[in-house]
Design a binder for this molecule. Sequence first.
Ligand code: FAD
Length: 532
Amino acid sequence: MNPLGRDQRNQNITRMNREIFDLLVIGGGITGAGVARDASSRNMKVALVEASDFASGTSSRSSKLIHGGIRYLENMEFKLVFEALSERKTLFEIAPHLVHPMRFMIPMFKDSRVSFFKMGLGMWLYDVLSLFQAPEIHKKLEAKETIATQSELKAANLVGSYIYYDAYMDDDRLTIETIRSASSYGAVIGNYLKVQNISKSRDVYVVDLIDMLDQTQIQIKTKQIASCTGPWTDIFGSQIEKGWKKRLRPTKGIHLIFPRKKLPLHQAVVMGAEKSNRIIFGIPRGDYVIVGTTDTDFSTDPSGVHSERADVDYLLQVLKSYFPNSNVTVNDILSSYSGVRPLVKDDSDNPNATSREHLIFKDPMGITHVTGGKYTTYRKMAEDAVHAMLKDLPYEKRVEFKTSRTLEPINDLVTEAGYREFISQDRTGEEKKLAERYGPEALSILRPQGNYTLLQREVAFHIDNTLCLSIPDFYIRRSNLFLYHRDHGLSKFDEISKVFRAKLAYTDKEIGADLETLHTTIKKEMGWKTQN
Ligand SMILES: Cc1cc2nc3c(=O)[nH]c(=O)nc-3n(C[C@H](O)[C@H](O)[C@H](O)COP(=O)(O)OP(=O)(O)OC[C@H]3O[C@@H](n4cnc5c(N)ncnc54)[C@H](O)[C@@H]3O)c2cc1C
């Protein structure tokens, strides 16, 4: 893996201003990261620009699952489920340090909207669509066995449960590792570079950008453009083109984080919300449990998304109905986070039924837009997008760019066999925890560096390797500090800022500004606490 620090970004900006690219990718969420990785792995000359930090949009706000989506079977979206399950298998192979198997339980009650029998058929279908490649095939438990497995569950009217497997991941890490991989294949990458205008001169697009860090202007010349702006697709589209036709029906989803000792889940639990066909997950992650998500129409700028008290109450109510004896209250919530799904508009009358399929289309200027879809299917979606763009190239270029290498490990230091061997060795709890996020690269963080603490070494790793340019970048998208601590990790601020001082010559003023940004972010997301 190439180092990807601030110096590299400066060099990349110089190259962006000087060279002509085969493809410019706009947007550094998982979709843009995937397209840049696919295209650069074919030897296309690629640049990727992101207006804010990588994964700062929807891509750090998901349920953090790599899953086929059992719920979509009900909407008869078999193709989507099949594709997602097959991508799940691929991701186990190419990103074993980021995508891990997870056991799920679906408790079934006498009055469940879907009968025990019908759910059983769904479970078989899920196994069939995964070509029986799940870590284990599903299992049926009677009511007694269900309670023995998850004793906190509501016992009244329980008829049994199904156990099946999907996977979990750290979404921000998956995006950033995909970006690093694209960079290793030669992509020229920069965060905090916002596209403002696009024009076309003969066969070359001229793209005007602003560097959000110092407000300087940048101009990129490129032969093709892939806009991967997720829930900003329509906002960005209407900014660059008159008469833009809206393509999205964005919806908001929020999650809550609880300490696991308050909600002791032994596997993920799938909860049906009221009589609607929404499902809510309770997902154990180490010492914490993530509960989500909601699905409500959201029509304003995704940058302003935040959880509301009504969203929180809704999730709490579902949780209490499944775990009446756990006595979870609003005071147990450590944090919340919210995001906007870039769903493609269809004829559905409710957000829930809106398809999760992706959409690739060309606008009148010839720009390719890639939107919709799911984290799980990002690699396939990227491949489809690059195939669509290759069709416009002359024959010899199509031959030159024919072979994609996206089935190779995302991190060239982490093969599946190497990772399994690494974690099978005698490792301390700390090493295992780090290995789950970094694979064998954890060793470079564990290695002593002067008098740095472990946390400071992790900060240093990100400053050097993942274009972590500010303290909030580290808090929110490079670590779990923001999500898993009641104080959102603020007690660690001085420890972290020391590394920014040492490595990026951060001044008192910059540190003060970053602290203020963190406080503003906390206030925005956790503002529901002061609502009635
Ligand atoms: C609540 C919720 C839960 C979910 N859970 C799951 C799950 O468990 N599993 C799963 O598979 N999927 C899940 N998804 C779906 C998945 O998260 C999204 O499909 C995916 O993250 C979308 O990624 P994206 O790159 O298209 O969009 P984004 O991540 O939003 O990226 C778009 C980027 O474009 C940038 N941008 C916008 N305008 C400009 C500009 N002018 N110049 C430069 N850059 C610009 C933005 O800053 C942004 O970073 C979930 C979604 C939500 C909302």
